[in-house]
Design a protein around this ligand. Structure first.
Ligand code: 26W
Length: 838
């Protein structure tokens, strides 16, 4: 049911864009031309919303959320925007009538990979929900020229390739060269007094870099809102230094330009391990300073605004500690630049920020050596010291004589070389501190931030993560989306609790049949992709058992592989065993410097090669690694999964969000009591979730009592067979050294407790197999998982943030549209292009 008039309008606008923006005749257009043209058509409509939105926010001076994040993993825009604008079918029809395939055009879009994993994708889901819930908001981040690397696989090993995502142009960004901020680095400070005799510090930076704003509109689902994501690109202050040139130092001048531009060149591809790299500190300061200066500029636009009320205008969220320098930078801007007194400035600052923690892993907690910090940001170091001095005075007042506690709370870690603890800076400078799942928040309060919790219990709140059902259900799984809409109507994309109305259908045989058919079709689609990209043929009727996420020891992809090996050995030993055929799929990137993670990728390939080639088992077990897992490539994966692997060591995964994307698409979960798994299990019902493994408390007890993995190796014959096969070269053409580091780690101290959970995991997988053999039973559980996943929509998370942390309200936007487009007949007020003869 497409609207004829809209299809015609889209066709005309598309041809106009191809002509007027790209200068192409239809037959000469490349696929990229088609993609850019269609994007411009969609963008025009987004712009109508954007202009109306910014005008409304400006007129109403609305309280605004600023989401500061070093990463935004948005995924391709065009498909998502067509969905949100309600133009999917019309666009498909319009393209078809012009002889083009919409899917091929959508596939042309590069992944905007400006993030590593969960944290970056969460920021993108939140931007989507903020716009859908009509919350005045701005995202601020970094416009990396190279995002997360592309992953190639050579001989089973990961090879990284630079991500040139901007090479063919980006129709979604609008450069704003007139919105430019100067950001200083290095140099020294000079103390003095101002005209009124007040103490004042002047920072004389050694180097100044200019940040240029690049804006991307983020539109809500079927409403009038389009919010702004503003990413900063670094440029030299003067792209050419004529003094240097005239003195003949041409290269020196160019060098400085290159140096400046380096700041936003590349995303650091580590997702948990923090290395004290100066360039990363510079990136953080750069984007935070640009963003805060921009907020102040916008605030002052409305004449007479008093910065002492800035916290009433903005709620600034720190996405982990990467933007935590903002606490010191806002103090500097208020005190040094705008002449505010320290106390007033501190009042504004600590009421402006809130901090989200995303990890308990000690190696991921950011710390900067004091020397590096001071060399790069001398004024900020002074400010950090002053904040710390006042803070520790307060601590000593509260806990007289407890010097140890003061040392634990200090912003400066004095153990080893001195360093600045960014989580402490964020905690002291924030009004609220939140974890990302109930369990994670509890653990935060009792471990990493325990002393802060004792000091300020009222600051701590939990906001369990969520994911957007627009991208991860409506867009990713059109078959299931239309089945659901047919059954319960079309309110669910905006109100995911509506899915609960599927519950009564879980026992309906005819509905179950259709549900199963959707899954079967999705599996056939994925099978074709796996064959094309990994060269592995797999059977869509087998159980699709999937683990996709960053590769990390704590996420335990190798535990999954140990099960694959155990299953293979079992099939060989007991050919008659009742178990369904399985396809075990992996995907994910390893940090380039993380050797064990890279070995895990090699392991998957090595096991796949042997297992897939075994004539005795190949009809029952297949293994494949899907290369280059990212937001674009994940779209066909979630809809095709039967089983979702969420098997991290309890207490290590802050939340996980893939777990939610799978369950939304009707996959059942096999998982530990970790992160959001705990709440997912409660929501879908324990009988619809495959639970295994030690709890956080059991893990703590076992470590305290002295964990001896070797004892398990000696007592569990199946485990012994698996590890022996790894060690004896079965999967490495007889090479006994290849997987030695992994076997040694597992039999040594096994820090992630794989062996402790092995038996329970394998038994649980057996149960999964049994459940899958009963098709109707499995289908019922699958429907119930989708029906009960409503609370894991990012709309619920954002509603929680709005209520408990930001205290902001909706501001609905009226737009005149929907017919406004590139066409000269459009009715909106924005400037129109010249009429183009067709
Ligand atoms: C290199 C420094 C660094 C350290 C940590 C970069 C990035 C990180 C992130 C905290 C890693 C990350 O993505 N964390 C994940 O955040 C998700 C969203 O809250 C959670 O669901 C995951 O459990 C958490 O691992």
């Amino acid at each position: 049911m497409t609207d004829r008039a809209t299809v015609d309008t889209l066709k005309r606008e598309f041809q106009e864009a191809l002509f007027g923006a790209l200068g192409r005749f239809p037959a000469g257009a490349t696929r990229n031309d088609l993609y850019i043209s269609l994007s411009l058509v969609a963008r025009w409509r987004v712009m109508t919303r954007w202009v109306a939105t910014s005008e409304t926010y400006y007129e109403r001076a609305s309280r605004t959320v600023c989401y500061l994040s070093a990463e935004f993993l948005l995924g391709p825009h065009l498909g998502n925007n067509l969905l949100n604008l309600g133009l999917q079918e019309e666009a498909r029809q319009a393209m078809a009538e012009l002889g083009h395939d919409l899917d091929a055009i959508l596939d042309q879009e590069e992944e905007p990979g400006l993030g590593n994993g969960g944290l970056g994708r969460l920021a993108a889901c939140y931007m989507d929900s903020l716009a859908t819930l009509e919350i005045p908001s701005l995202g601020y981040g970094i416009r990396y020229e190279f995002g997360i690397f592309d992953q190639l696989i050579h001989d089973g090993w990961q090879v990284e390739k630079t991500d040139k995502w901007l090479a063919l142009g980006n129709p979604w960004e609008i450069p704003r060269p007139e919105i430019a901020m100067n950001v200083g680095f290095g140099g020294h400070t000079e103390a003095g007094t101002d005209e009124q005799g007040r103490y004042q510090v002047r920072w004389v930076p050694e180097r100044v870099v200019r940040g240029i704003a690049y804006d991307t509109p983020i539109c809500g689902y079927r409403n009038g809102t389009a919010n702004l994501l503003r990413l900063w690109k670094a440029e030299a202050v003067d792209s050419f230094d004529f003094t240097a040139f005239n003195q003949g130092d041409y290269w020196g001048a160019v060098d400085q330009k290159v140096d400046s531009e380096n700041i936003t060149k590349v995303l650091y591809p580590n997702d948990e391990l923090v290395k004290g790299r100066q360039l990363r500190l510079e990136q953080q300061h750069f984007f935070v300073s640009c963003s805060l200066q921009d907020m102040i500029r916008i605030f002052m636009q409305k004449g007479g605004a008093d910065l002492r009320h800035m916290h009433e205008k903005y709620a600034v969220q720190l996405n982990d500690t990467h933007p935590a320098l903002g606490v010191a930078e806002l103090m500097r801007l208020l005190v040094d630049v705008h002449g505010m007194g320290w106390e007033d400035a501190w009042e504004v600052t600590r009421n402006t920020f809130a901090y989200t923690n995303h990890t308990l892993l000690p190696e991921a907690l950011e710390k900067w050596p004091v020397e590096m910090f001071g060399a790069c940001l001398p004024r900020h170091l002074e400010i950090v010291y002053e904040i710390n001095r006042r803070f520790l005075d307060e601590v000593r007042g509260r806990y007289p004589g407890d010097g140890r506690r003061a040392a634990r709370l200090s912003l400066i870690d004095e153990t080893g070389g001195r360093s600045v603890r960014m989580a402490h800076l964020a905690s002291v400078g924030s009004r609220r501190i939140n974890g990302v799942a109930a369990l994670h928040t509890e653990l935060l309060k009792t471990s990493v931030l325990r002393d802060f919790h004792e000091l300020w219990p009222e600051k701590f709140v939990n906001v369990t993560n969520g994911v957007t059902p627009r991208r991860f259900l409506a867009l990713a799984n059109p078959r299931l989306a239309s089945l659901i809409t047919e059954a319960i109507g079309d309110a669910w994309p905006k109100d995911l609790e509506e899915l609960r109305r599927l519950e009564p259908l879980a026992g309906d045989a005819a509905f179950g049949e259709r549900w199963r058919k959707v899954k079967r079709d999705n599996k056939a689609d994925l099978a074709a992709i796996v064959e094309a990209r990994a060269g592995v043929v797999c059977d869509p009727d087998s159980l699709f058992d999937v683990q996709v996420k960053r590769i990390h020891e704590y996420k335990r992809q190798h535990l999954n592989v140990l099960h694959v090996i155990a299953l293979w050995q079992r099939f060989r030993r007991e050919p008659g065993v009742a178990a369904p055929p399985r396809t075990v799929l992996f995907g994910g990137k390893a940090a380039p410097g993380y050797r064990m993670a890279k070995l895990m990728i090699k392991l998957v390939h090595s096991v796949a090669e042997v297992v897939n080639a075994d004539p005795d088992t190949r009809d029952r077990l297949r293994v494949a690694f899907i290369p280059d897992y990212n937001v674009k490539n994940c779209m066909p994966i979630f809809p095709a999964a039967d089983l979702s692997e969420q098997i991290s060591t309890a207490g290590k995964e802050a939340s996980g969000t893939g777990n939610m994307k799978f369950a939304m698409n009707g996959a059942l979960t096999i998982g530990t009591l970790d992160g959001a798994n705990v709440e997912i299990r409660e929501a879908v019902g324990p009988e619809n979730f495959f639970l295994f493994g030690l709890t956080v408390q059991e893990i703590e007890r076992l470590s305290a009592d002295g964990y001896r993995p070797r004892d398990l190796y000696e007592t569990d014959p199946a485990l012994r067979d698996v590890l022996d096969a790894l060690a004896d070269g079965t999967f490495s053409l007889g090479d006994t050294s290849l997987f030695r580091p992994m076997v040694d780690s597992l039999l040594g101290d096994d820090p992630w407790m794989l062996l402790a959970d092995f038996r329970s995991y394998v038994d649980c997988q057996t149960e999964v197999g049994r459940a899958y053999l009963d098709r109707d039973h499995w289908t019922r559980l699958s429907i119930l998982n989708t029906a009960r996943i409503g609370r894991f929509s990012s709309d619920r998370s954002i509603a929680d943030y709005c209520r408990d942390i930001w205290r902001v309200e909706r501001v609905p936007i009226e737009v005149e549209e929907p017919s406004a487009g590139l066409s000269p007949r459009s009715t909106q007020r924005a400037p129109r292009p010249e009429r183009i003869p067709s």
